[in-house]
Structures are given as C-alpha cells and as structure tokens.
Design a protein around this ligand. Structure first.
Ligand code: NA7
Length: 537
C-alpha cells in the first residue's frame, strides 16, 4: 500500500511531443501532479524521430508554434517561413527548458500497458523499466503519425546494405555521397527527401507506387517586416486563426466557387497561388475540397505544371497523379521535387508497370532487371492514428482491451475519449481536425479542453468521466457524414486506414474544420459536458 500511494499522481501523459509538453505545462499550472513517459531518448515526438534530410514543417512557423505564452512567442526567432526539423526540435527543447518541464519527463521509457482499476477508479501504467505508476487520469499524447511502417517486401532481411525509415531516422549523420540509393514512397516525406538525396547520391532510384500532387513551398528566410507583422499583434492573429477551417491565417484567398469564374480567371488564380507557394493552394477556391468538377480544374492545373517542369515527357506522364481527387492523399509541399527527375543520376521506377519481385543481398529485382544498391530509404508512412495506441495494452472497464473495442475501427467522442475507458484522454488526431489543419493549434485546443475538464471534475468532486455510447455513436456518424461530403475519403490513404493491410476502412480524422470542431467541443461544455457520464464514485 505504501508503494502504491507514494507512486500515485494525478495524470500520466504518454509522449513528449508538441501535445505532451503543453499538456504537462497546463496541468502543472492548474495544480495537478503530472508526469510524461517518453520512449525516445529526447523530447520532440515526431520532430525527434523524423530527422531525415529535408524534413521540415509544411505549415508556416509563425503559425505552427505555441500561442500559450506571449513571452515565448515574442522572444523565439524563427529563421525561415517553413522551419526545418532541427529548428523545430531546438524550439521544443527551448520550451522544455524555459518552463522547467524536464523534471517531470521520464525518457527512454516505454509504456507497455495502461490498465483501469475499476475499484479505485485509477489507471495503472506499466513501463519497460518495470515500474507501475498509478494515476487518476491518463492522457495518450502518442501522436497520429508516429508508428512508422516498413512494408514487408520479400528478401529485405537479406539486404547487405543499409536501410532506413524516414520516421525512425538515425541520430548519426547519414551521407549518401557516392552511393546508389533507392527511395520507396512519394508522400510528403519522400517528396522532401528525394531532392536532397538526388544531390548527394551517385544514383537515386525512386520506386513509385502512386504519383503525388505537390505544390512548391517557395521557402525563404523570415523577413523582419513579416515577423514584426505577426509579433506586433500575435494574440489577435491567433484568435483569427481559431475561426478558420485550417487553423491558419491565409490572406487574400478567393471566397467563391472555382466554377463561378471564367476559365482564364481560374487559371490566373491557380497561377497566383502556385507562385505564392503553400498548402493554401487547396483553398484557391472555396469548393475544391467537396466539388469534384472544381477539384478537377485544380488537379489539371497541377498536372500541367508537372509537364512543364519535367523534361522527359515519358517520365512526366509517370509522375502525373491520376485516379483520385486532389487532396484525397495529403497534398505535399516541395522544394525542387519534380526538378530532381531532370538530373541524370535520378531514375523513376514505376511500380504500377511491374511490382517488385524481391530485395536481394545487393539490391532490388523486378523481372530480369536488377537494381544494384548500397542503401534503401523507406518513406512509406505510418500506421496512422491508432498505430501508436495499439502498441500499448490498454484495458478499460471489465478488462476490455482498446484493440477489441476498436476491432472494426476506432470510435470516440470528439476524438478525445471512448466509452468504457474512463479518465483516459486521447490526443492522436482521431475524430479531430489535426491532420487537415495547423496541428500545433489543434493540440493547444485539445489540451486546454482536457485541462478545463479536469479542473471541472476536481471542483465538482467527480471521480470519473467517460462518454455515453449514444454520444459516441452520434459523433462517429457525424465524422462519417462530413467525410462523405468532402472528396478526401475518395482515395486509398492513411486517412482511412487503406495504407495498412488488414486495417478496418474507417475515415479517422474530422474534416469539418477547426472552427466547427472547436464550437462543438465548447457547446458540449456549455451544456454541462453533454454526452459524458460524470460520476462521483
Ligand atoms: P505517406 O503519405 O503515407 O506516404 C507513403 C508513401 O509510401 C506513399 O507514396 C505510398 O504509396 C508509398 N508506399 C507505401 N508502401 C509501399 C510499398 N510497399 N511499395 C512502394 N511504395 C509504398 O507517408 P509520409 O511519411 O510521406 O507522410 C505522412 C504524413 O507525415 C504527411 O502527410 C505529413 O503530414 C507528415 P501509396 O500512395 O500507398 O501507393
């Protein structure tokens, strides 16, 4: 009993990324005892692991950053519009030091299990160090794109060279100079790493399964006037960001249908957004995400750009995405991606023409053709949303496992909680707009909501909170209805689990926008935590 009581805290947070760090800060500020358990040997979450060459954020730094401290947002200086992974990691380390967070973070510790004890209404967290930590609440800040995935390709274990996954990049320098390299994957990670490896490698083979849509980032140093514009009125700008669909301020966007203007005007607008460069391209007109006809015009514009940039027309045709709407696989932001295919040392291998037969000790074989390789890079993505959660044995009421409960796909209320798992909060982008929006802002909103909820429970002497099944089912239906309204569900992607064999096909994020999601979360609170069961014992 002594051991248990000395080990009992209010909240265990799993994960020390953007979400976990701010969660810890807010909880401590609100008088709760809290602790982060993190498997990595450093803080940063995805920004710790994704240290591959070219890794950077595709949301502007002035917006993809914490807003909770005016002092922090005034004193931190970003160097570029779109920050690199090392710069973001430095920022998060700075935040951890400034707010003295490290004393409550346990690194190099894996959470193996989280088990709810119904008798005492508390969670028991079991770690790789053999510890059992008891907590009233548990927050899974485990990330939506953190469980990296290398596809099972015949013969990989026989390969004598090195192989890497972008989401588990080594901390030592990897230099591809003079080497023959293969890259699998042409999503956002592949699009970022390919042009960098193209510059270094003796030869780069890009093994493409699906061609991708990407828009130039046109990244540049942060100009002092622009920085000043943000900093002179940061609070107001942040407030405006909350009222948007994407959680980002995008100035000068057209608020009309792509079909309401002439073809010339449409092209001019696309050209303008293309020249500006940013994911805002998808907001060039207000119906690109749900009107197929409008979407086609934007997709066709991007296809014409690929034909313009790529010199070899045969290669260009292979690089042109077809068969799914623009945005249904997450739009990428690039720096010289298509240009890389103009280099003599870069070869595009189209896996739709012929799939891989095997990886051999010295390379890759397709039919009679052998590609001799020194290194293979897998930019093949993640078991999104649920992957990191399922690595933990999570058990709620009556020993029910989360895996069993979600066997046909995850179900949550507001993405934040799931019934039969009281006092367990989830912040992995499930049922929330995080992956379609400014993740930093979405995380702050989730953390603030959870903290306010815990304060409410404490003030009103409640022991537990969990959603009722009706509210959970209704939320699931709403998430689905929104997904069916927009075009983002119309492709095989990690949005709907299609990138993982055997994973249930359920559209997991909430595509209704930051502003609408926030409003729904607020309404639930205003109506006395509507849809939740609050219990005093
Ligand atoms: P993504 O977006 O899931 O991209 C993974 C890529 O890897 C994609 O092009 C896949 O092709 C490809 N892939 C997956 N498995 C294979 C196999 N077996 N063979 C060949 N190619 C394969 O992951 P990213 O890391 O790029 O981006 C994830 C998010 O992280 C990103 O959107 C940002 O928000 C941050 P497919 O399309 O499945 O045919």
């Amino acid at each position: 009993i002594e051991e248990i009581s000395s080990n009992m805290i209010d909240v265990v947070i799993v994960g020390a990324g953007f979400a976990g760090l701010y969660m810890l800060y807010r909880l401590r500020e609100s008088g709760f005892s809290a602790k982060i358990i993190e498997v990595a040997d450093g803080i940063g979450g995805v920004w710790h692991w994704n240290r591959y060459p070219g890794a950077r954020c595709d949301i502007e730094a002035m917006q993809y950053s914490y807003s909770f401290s005016e002092e922090l947002q005034q004193e931190w200086k970003w160097s570029e519009i779109f920050p690199t992974q090392p710069e973001i990691l430095r920022y998060l380390n700075y935040v951890a030091d400034k707010f003295d967070l490290r004393k409550n973070i346990e690194l190099k510790t894996q959470v193996n299990a989280a088990i709810f004890d119904e008798t005492h209404s508390r969670w028991e967290i079991q770690t790789s160090r053999g510890d059992r930590i008891l907590a009233k609440f548990c927050v899974m800040a485990t990330g939506c794109l953190s469980a990296s995935r290398i596809p099972s390709i015949n013969g990989l274990e026989t390969f004598k060279g090195h192989y890497y996954h972008t989401g588990r990049w080594p901390q030592t320098d990897v230099n591809f100079s003079g080497r023959r390299v293969a890259v699998f994957g042409t999503g956002s990670s592949g699009v970022q790493i390919i042009p960098i490896i193209a510059k270094q490698a003796k030869h780069l083979f890009v093994f493409q399964r699906t061609a991708t849509f990407t828009v130039p980032a046109r990244n540049k140093p942060l100009e002092p006037e622009y920085e000043q514009w943000w900093k002179s009125n940061y609070a107001e700008h942040r407030k405006q960001m909350l009222e948007t669909i994407t959680g980002c301020l995008a100035l000068g966007m057209k608020n009309c249908s792509a079909m309401s203007v002439t073809p010339d005007e449409r092209l001019q607008e696309y050209e303008k957004q293309w020249q500006k460069g940013s994911l805002n391209f998808l907001g060039s007109f207000n119906d690109l995400v749900f009107n197929q006809e409008a979407n086609d015009t934007a997709a066709e514009f991007l296809r014409s750009k690929i034909r313009e940039i790529v010199e070899d027309p045969t290669v260009a045709e292979k690089l042109i995405p077809r068969g799914f709407p623009l945005g249904a696989k997450r739009l990428s932001l690039d720096t010289n991606y298509f240009e890389a295919f103009n280099h003599d040392n870069v070869t595009l291998v189209d896996l739709q023409q012929a799939p891989i037969d095997e990886i051999t000790p010295t390379g890759i074989r397709i039919g009679n053709k052998n590609y001799e390789l020194d290194d293979i890079v897998f930019a093949t993505g993640f078991d999104a949303f649920t992957g990191a959660l399922f690595k933990i044995d999570i058990r709620g009421r009556a020993g029910k496992t989360l895996r069993d409960k979600w066997a046909d796909g995850p179900c949550t209320y507001l993405g934040l909680m799931t019934s039969d798992f009281p006092n367990l909060f989830i912040m992995t982008g499930l049922g929330s707009p995080t992956v379609f929006a400014n993740a930093a802002l979405c995380i702050e909103q989730n953390v603030d909501w959870i903290t306010n909820c815990l304060v409410y429970l404490r003030t009103n002497h409640y022991e537990t909170i969990e959603p009722n099944t009706e509210a959970e089912n209704d939320w699931g239906k709403h998430v689905n209805a929104v997904a069916n309204f927009i075009l983002f569900s119309k492709a095989d992607s990690w949005f709907n689990g299609a990138n993982i064999e055997g994973k249930p096909r359920v559209f997991m994020p909430y595509a209704g926008g930051v502003n609408n999601y926030r409003k729904k979360c607020q309404d639930v609170v205003v109506n006395g935590y509507q849809g939740f069961i609050l219990a005093t014992q």
